[in-house]
Design a binder for this molecule. Structure first.
Ligand SMILES: [Ca+2]
Ligand SMILES: [Ca+2]
Ligand SMILES: [Ca+2]
Length: 493
């Protein structure tokens, strides 16, 4: 029994030092100086100021503010591009105000010297990982297609008609379905992961569909910048194909969030939530920030992130900025805390983006509520990260946030649940938290991400040393207590 491979996935940053032998054109990502959150204190201050604002209203307001900030930077950089006709803009994001450019190497110093520009990252063309890939599709990818799922038949979810495995009972999800009648209905989860089997019988009705897009006609019918994106998008391969008929990490994680038990055995914490496919893993990983923006624009409430990036101070700062700005717009981010306890020393066990304060980092426990030896521990430090330098050691930042089950329960395969329960890793702890958050959002749709984080911490069942500890965080998640608190209006701090 081995830790499922992507659980210990290390996505190597593809930033390279460009040598004199390389071609004259290079690829750069310029991070603009102007951002919504400009200091480390700006995020907690934003949370305080917007605690009572309805989440949908907040989402629209923040999106507008972010777009206005980008527009101002575009105006300011117009003279640079007018003087550099060979510079080609590939994409411009607003969630983090940044532009992806191909330009002559000789123009780089001019770009770096612009007052509007904060930092410039140089990459090999086609190898940056923030924006969606602009590389050529491989023949294998070009031959793949999404399945025709046909119309959604609805059919509801009856918790009395399905077998419920121990993890869903012990985390308190079954009580939420049976006693509170909540199943995650109406909540959209962005599954930031590998391609997965959309035609799985337990999940096909959980597949989110873009209501204004027509698949397979080669057109961007809804004008959102993505052609044929009926189920989401594959940002790593730059194609709308998010399906694979094979078993995958994405399918296993999606099953823990939304598996709805058509085969008689339910696997999902929130069995009537929807899964929007945000395929970023593949080809080493690409398009993470483009995928966040897609999630925001297309209605995702939560993004599940069961992956980790190697820690790098400069890029940790970028991830923190983009995650905090997405949280300001009302989108919750969560994932497993990692499987590096035997491979790394403290405080290096919880990698990016689960080391970001607003991102739920979920450690793992087994059925006996013990910590497996691989489960990453905290705290983490931001003391050496340029632009932040907060949460220094010895106290550090309290990560993980809490714990969930990470092994010993049925996992989805393309044909349905596998009862052998032989997969393990914290990639499976994270989706438990995602599912509980979906139940909470059905109960209280205006809860902001930071309020969900606080309620989950307050209602977790304490494990190990009293109070927060570096092994389990605030303890084992309790879906029933968390949803009950959400219903009672305990909005957290
Ligand atoms: Ca589209
Ligand atoms: Ca289309
Ligand atoms: Ca404890």
């Amino acid at each position: 029994m081995s830790v499922s491979r992507p659980l210990c996935l290390v996505l190597l940053w593809l930033c390279v030092s460009v040598t004199a032998q390389e071609e004259d054109t290079t690829c750069a990502v310029a991070i603009m100086a102007e951002q919504l959150l400009s200091t480390p204190e700006a995020y907690p201050e934003f949370c305080r100021q917007h605690a009572a604002q309805p989440r949908a209203e907040l989402r629209a307001e923040v999106q507008g503010r972010l777009q206005a900030i980008r527009a101002a930077s575009q105006d300011a950089l117009a003279s640079f591009f007018a003087a550099q006709p060979e510079a080609e803009i590939k994409d411009w994001l607003y969630l983090i105000n940044a532009v992806h450019i191909h330009l002559p190497r000789s123009s780089l110093p001019l770009l770096e010297a612009r007052p509007e520009v904060d930092r410039v990252f140089r990459f090999k063309p086609g190898r940056q990982s923030f924006f969606r890939s602009c590389g050529e599709q491989s023949p294998a990818e070009a031959g793949r297609q999404n399945p025709d799922l046909g119309p959604i038949d609805g059919g509801g979810f009856d918790p009395e008609a399905v077998e419920i495995p121990w993890n869903l009972e012990d985390i308190g999800a079954a009580r939420v379905w049976k006693e509170l009648g909540l199943t995650g209905e109406g909540v959209v989860v962005g599954l930031m992961d590998q391609a997965w089997c959309l035609s799985n019988p337990d999940l096909r009705e959980a597949v989110w569909r873009n209501p204004d897009e027509i698949a397979g006609n080669g057109l961007d019918d809804d004008g959102n910048g993505y052609c044929d994106d009926l189920f989401g998008y594959n940002f790593a391969a730059n194609t709308p194909v998010v399906h694979t008929p094979e078993a995958s990490h994405g399918l296993m994680c999606g099953g823990i969030i939304a598996g709805r038990g058509r085969s008689g055995l339910v696997t999902g914490v929130a069995p009537q939530s929807q899964l929007m496919s945000l395929t970023v893993l593949g080809r080493g990983g690409a398009g993470f920030f483009s995928a966040f923006e897609y999630a925001l624009e297309n209605g995702a409430d939560i993004v599940s992130m069961s992956f980790m990036q190697r820690r790098n101070p400069e890029q940790r700062a970028l991830w923190r900025l983009v995650c905090e700005q997405l949280s300001c717009a009302g989108v919750l981010l969560a994932g497993g805390a990692g499987n590096f306890a035997r491979k790394a020393e403290l405080p290096e066990q919880i990698w990016t983006p689960k080391d970001v304060p607003c991102v739920l980092a979920v450690a793992g426990v087994n059925r006996e509520q013990r910590r497996p030896a691989y489960s990453s521990m905290g705290p983490v430090s931001w003391g050496d990260v340029p632009g932040y330098s907060d949460h220094p050691l010895p106290e550090g930042l309290q990560k993980p946030d809490f714990s969930a089950f990470c092994e010993g329960f049925p996992i989805q395969t393309p044909s349905g649940p596998d009862r052998r329960a032989n997969k393990r890793g914290n990639s499976f702890a994270g989706p438990h938290a995602v599912g509980i958050a979906a139940l909470m959002l059905e109960a209280a749709p205006d809860l902001k991400p930071w309020q969900i984080q606080a309620i989950l911490a307050e209602t977790a069942r304490d494990l190990f040393a009293e109070g927060w500890d570096g092994e389990s965080g605030w303890g084992l998640l309790d879906a029933h207590a968390a949803v009950q608190a959400a219903l009672e209006g305990a909005v957290g701090e």
